[in-house]
Design a protein around this ligand. Structure first.
Ligand code: FES
Length: 146
């Protein structure tokens, strides 16, 4: 953590950059990391928590190796997204927002990714899968090493 903080000036304007860097390095922003950042920038931990909870890009808990995001926006919803969420949830054994015990998958949903014409859309680790009909093949594709 100290090595990361050394990359940034002790300026509150650096907060978002530091949080992104920590998220990138550890996959989430832990309570000890929050304390260290607060000390480094001389701001309160509460200020950091409010930023962390405002932006969906940050996680306060460890996430899986693969982030599976099912779009639940209106267009994807009417094309079967709820069933995809149910199937993914059953395949992984977790609810939306949770990570599998082996930390392999995290299941999330989002409200519209801005590409409704190719829905239903599922994004895994930033890769878009369009016109998705089944989740089992997608999950199998990312299950290697599990
Ligand atoms: S509703 Fe899914 S991309 Fe817009």
């Amino acid at each position: 953590m100290e090595n990361i903080l050394k990359e940034f000036e002790r300026d509150q304007k650096e907060l978002i950059h530091i949080l992104h860097r920590v998220q990138e390095e550890f996959g989430y922003v832990s309570p000890p990391a929050i304390s260290a950042i607060a000390k480094h920038l001389k701001i309160s931990e509460n200020e950091i928590y409010s930023v962390l909870t405002f932006y969906k890009a940050f996680s306060l808990e460890p996430r899986g190796k693969h982030i599976v995001t099912v779009c639940m926006g209106t267009a994807c919803h009417v094309r079967g997204a709820p069933r995809l969420v149910d199937d993914a949830s059953r395949e992984m054994g977790v609810d939306v927002g949770q990570t599998t015990p082996d930390k392999h998958f995290t299941l999330e949903t989002v409200n519209c990714l801005g590409c409704c014409a190719i829905g239903p859309v599922v994004v895994v680790d930033g890769k878009y899968h369009s016109y998705v009909k089944r989740m089992d093949s997608i999950i199998k594709e990312y299950s290697e090493g599990r």
